[in-house]
Design a protein around this ligand. Structure first.
Ligand code: ADP
Ligand code: MG
Length: 258
């Protein structure tokens, strides 16, 4: 591999290794210009942490990447393929992008095991036995093996979020998006989720993580993207960002959270 600029985990930030590419992406909600000329390239194995004030467009950015939100202009491609706007191709490409939300979003009326097998069977067309085998190994990886036959409501928030991660991984995504995955958790459960994410990063998963957990950003991120008012204002290493933020907006933001 060439052009290795940043290495943490298995990241190789060479331009020939681009996995997710956003070019001049714009999105409005009515009069609100929520994504403004977003250019962002995420390389295979890279961990990008997106931070910024509430309302700056972080969730919309994540949702745009897997087309849960349509964009007004610009291009988004995953692994060299442009994101189609709809149809079967969109479903296929969307399956390459795992997403973990703040609010877990597990299927309430399915067991933990069923939550992790469902997409494999329906979308990836695996047979039940293979899907269950993979599900059990993923549940082990996120540390919830003993919960396999329970329903989401019987689990703690931290356990539910770890199941949600396992469910997303079951689809064998090329990239994982995390939108404030620990924001809805009780404080004592935050670390168990962050640890799973840290391990995933070390295993070389390409990740986009919206979070206010600055410890995670410092230790796991190859790059920090700071958003404000729909724009990427700064894009740099965590070290540089936390010790030497350039823009007033980043300085102001950091002074409030650190
Ligand atoms: P963040 O995740 O950084 O807090 P969001 O991407 O959720 O920001 O939202 C960016 C802006 O877009 C906010 O002002 C929000 O109120 C607005 N917004 C988000 N979703 C919608 C929507 N579906 N309709 C209208 N406005 C929206
Ligand atoms: Mg958000």
């Amino acid at each position: 591999m060439s052009g290795v600029a940043v290495t943490k985990g298995n990241a190789t930030a060479g331009t020939d290794d681009a996995l997710v590419v956003l070019k001049n992406v714009n999105k409005h909600f009515g009069a609100l210009h929520v994504l403004q000329d977003i250019d962002l390239t995420i390389s295979r194995g890279e961990v990008v942490v997106v931070i910024g004030p509430s309302g700056s467009g972080k969730s919309t950015l994540c949702r745009a990447i897997n087309r849960l939100e349509a964009i007004d202009s610009g291009e988004i491609s995953i692994d060299g393929k442009p994101m189609p706007a709809e149809g079967r191709e969109l479903a296929a490409l969307r399956a390459d992008v795992g997403m973990v939300f703040q609010s877990f979003n597990l299927f309430a009326h399915k067991t933990v095991l069923q939550n992790v097998t469902l997409g494999q069977i329906k979308v990836r067309k695996k047979d039940k036995k293979d899907a269950e085998e993979r599900a059990r190994s993923l549940l082990e990886r996120v540390g919830v093996t003993t919960q396999a036959d329970k329903y989401p409501a019987q689990l703690s928030g931290g356990q539910q979020q770890r199941v949600a991660i396992a469910r997303a991984l079951a689809m064998e995504p090329k990239v994982m998006l995390f939108d404030e995955p620990t924001s809805a958790l009780d404080p004592e459960m935050i670390n168990e989720v962050l640890e799973v994410m840290q391990q995933l990063a070390r295993d070389g998963m390409t990740m986009v993580v919206v979070t206010h957990e600055m410890g995670f950003a410092r230790s796991a991120a190859n790059r920090v993207v700071f958003m404000s008012d729909g724009r990427i204002v700064e894009e740099t290493t965590p070290d540089e960002f936390f010790t030497n933020p350039r823009s007033d907006r980043a300085k102001d933001f950091l002074s409030k959270i650190l």
